[in-house]
Write a protein that binds this ligand. Sequence first.
Ligand SMILES: [Fe+2]
Length: 296
Amino acid sequence: MKLRSVELGLPDPEAATEFMVDIWGAALAERRGDTFYLRGSGSFPYLLSLEKADGEFVRSTTFVCDEAELVTVRKRSTAAVRPVRDVVSSDPGGGRGVIVELPEGELWRFLVDATEVAPIEGRDLPVKLTHVVFNSIDAEASGHAVEDLLNFRVSDRTKGMVFVRCNDSHHSVAFARAGFASLNHIAFEMKDIDAVMRGIGRMRDAGQPPAWGPGRHGPGANVYAYYVSPFGPVIEFSTAVDKVADDHKVGAPSDWTWPSNRIDQWGVSDKDFDSLRAAEERFRFLRDEVADPVQT
Ligand SMILES: [Fe+2]
């Protein structure tokens, strides 16, 4: 099971694409009508799709999996009476599978037979997405739901987050204890720390300092630099997230505390809580746009 892509709707995907390609470092994979598909250097046909829409929303988050994993997701979600529907993807890479609506409205799509593409060179391209974080009204319940419905595993719990894995990467998803449901941020995996730092340089050239970072997190130990993108969502350059074994001991909030003057391992940067919070509230889920998103 691998996290592949996030599909967003927003009013000006063209301007967002321009920023993502010219400054952030993604590559334009394809344009289909008013939808722009952005890729990295890796083998996924795209990592982020930007579709023209009146509002701002997350249409779906897409994972690619094998047939046995798809059977498990379909069986468990159906048994739990979650909204679930068979889908055939019309996005680049195609594939077929199911879309499941999680308890707070997130639509997660699971595809088999999705094709991949030849990797491309580019030292400043992200490789792939490394994680997506969702704000949750009840992050504990969301963590339990994805364990039960999807066979994901909680890796760690902190005061602010529930980190979840779907393979040996410490987390591909996390739920933030926010009190509301929305997209928190999308993290792009860069090749190494140098690629993260060059990204910070490109953003600085464009007049934008990080909203938080550079730094190195506790759980997962990944390097990060967070930005409020000009098109709305919080996006992150990240690298070097920990791999964990099947018997990984799930950390509790008491295992992840910081000294009073620290919120990461390095302590070299500040966090702009207010601008991050404002951006994290913007992109809600498709459920807020249409009455029955799973059947749409
Ligand atoms: Fe992150």
